[in-house]
Design a protein around this ligand. Structure first.
Ligand code: EPZ
Length: 417
């Protein structure tokens, strides 16, 4: 079992380039099931979740593998088994994204229910509501969702809440439904917009992606494409937060700042000088960390995936902050670990009240989920002394070689097994 050891105190300086977006990559890999030929994805991050999704695509019958360290090829012409098995789906909830494409291709699918995870129950009722609106009959059979229809037909899908993967699943299914589908209360995340761009390039007919109303008109068979995945906006935000916590000066390259506007606004509120370029963001932190209020919300609100990272910064603020988590019901598991490092945080309902302290102390801590782990690393970089972060596999799910990237910025960080 790997662990990461951080000796805190170094200011981060220099440049870092983020990897391709994990969440975009996973949706695009599912979309590659739609055409009966080859799709090539470039700038793919080398992550455990990507390898898990490759295994799932192969289990469905596709040829799917790395062509080189950044490129994957998926040939879905040989897909012949519309069943995604429990032992793979349980490893990664995003596997549920194969449901829509399988319905589009075959009109039938059997996908294991993803089940909950550390940050919440994470139901899939909206995914199923969307597919039923397209004519699918849904059954639950021993932990599997079985969906079937003689013909997918366009319909109106009004989601009860913003769901990124729910919007993506319905979009993919609707590309092959007869007639027009209207998704209302659609998620507006950049990962939805990038999926729409790829589906359009494959020959789909979609408009409105990025707004809360997306219209999809069914078309004939789609064709494979070549696409470079956009930079990971959450990894970029994580690096910026690390620069702030260590009062450094870091240029993050390979990201579109327009995908991070609410995060950059919050980091400016914290007192950081933020400069943006076409595909880069610079964070220079000199003064005290100002306390702020933050509430997580669907895009374009402040991202839930950046909540733990902001909290780590705010533990060192010159006053009291409040961070409210409105997207997931259990996304404060980094709090007890931060408290062990000397942070002064009180939880009440969906809010964390953070009283800034002059400094944190290194300590052995436990990673519990992907973004909580990132928050702990940020705290460790600023803490006095050594921090050992255990269960590092959580971090490896969403950050490619995080210790190498941070070491490149001057951090004293190493991986041990
Ligand atoms: C995506 O998850 C991301 N994952 C998550 O990133 C991200 O936190 C989340 O969107 C919100 O931005 C991927 O794209 C692979 P949701 P998703 O459906 O689509 C509830 C990370 O760290 N809900 O938008 O599964 C749900 O419980 C990960 O990279 C239902 O109730 O999230 C949650 O409270 C973590 N019923 C809220 O909606 C449903 O059918 C938003 O979830 C679907 C969702």
């Amino acid at each position: 079992m790997d662990r990461i050891v951080v000796s805190g105190g170094a200011e981060l300086h220099g440049e870092v380039t983020v990897s391709g977006s994990k969440n975009s990559t996973l949706a695009l890999m599912a979309a590659a099931l739609l055409p009966e030929d080859e799709t090539v994805l470039h700038n793919v991050p080398k992550l455990r979740d990507v390898d898990t999704m490759l295994e799932i695509l192969r289990a469905l019958g596709a040829k799917a593998d790395w062509r080189d360290s950044r490129t994957i090829c998926i040939d879905a012409s040989t897909v012949n088994n519309p069943e995604a098995p429990y032992d793979l789906v349980r490893q990664m909830r995003a596997s549920f994204l194969v449901l829509g494409p399988l319905m589009a291709r075959f009109g039938t699918a059997r996908v294991s229910e993803p089940g909950g995870c550390a940050i919440g129950v994470r139901p899939i009722d909206q995914h199923l509501k969307g597919l039923e609106a397209l004519g699918a009959k849904i059954q639950h059979d021993h932990g599997y969702v079985e969906a079937a229809t003689s013909e997918l037909r366009g319909g109106r899908v009004a989601f009860d809440m913003n769901t990124v993967n729910g919007t993506q699943n319905v979009m993919m299914a609707a590309t092959q439904a007869r007639g027009e589908t209207l998704i209302e209360n659609a998620a507006r995340e950049p990962e939805v917009v990038e999926l729409a761009e790829v589906l359009l390039a494959m020959g789909a007919d979609i408009d409105g992606a990025g707004t809360d109303r997306i219209r999809i008109r069914g078309v004939g068979p789609l064709h494979g494409i070549d696409h470079a995945v956009s930079g990971d906006r959450i990894e970029a935000g994580t690096m910026l937060a690390a620069a702030i916590a260590t009062r450094g000066d870091v240029m993050v390259r390979g990201v579109d700042p327009l995908q991070l506007e609410s995060t950059l606004e919050k980091l400016r509120e914290v007192g950081c000088q933020i400069e943006v370029g076409i595909d880069c963001v610079r964070a220079k932190m000199e003064g005290p960390i100002a306390p702020v209020r933050a509430v997580t919300a669907p895009f374009p609100g402040y991202p839930t995936d950046m909540q733990a990272q902001l909290m780590a910064v705010l533990t060192l603020a010159s006053g009291s902050s409040v961070v409210t988590e409105r997207v997931f019901e259990n996304r404060f598991m980094h709090v007890p670990e931060l408290q062990r490092m000397g942070a002064d945080i009180a939880l009440s309902g969906r809010s964390a009240h953070i009283r800034g302290v002059p400094g944190l102390m290194g300590a052995p801590v436990m990673a519990t989920d992907l973004r909580a782990s990132a928050g702990l690393i940020i705290a460790a970089l600023a803490a006095e002394g050594d921090t050992v972060v255990n269960r590092v596999y959580h971090i490896d799910r969403g950050y490619e070689r995080i210790e190498a990237k941070l070491r490149g910025l001057g951090a004293d960080i190493r991986r041990e097994n």
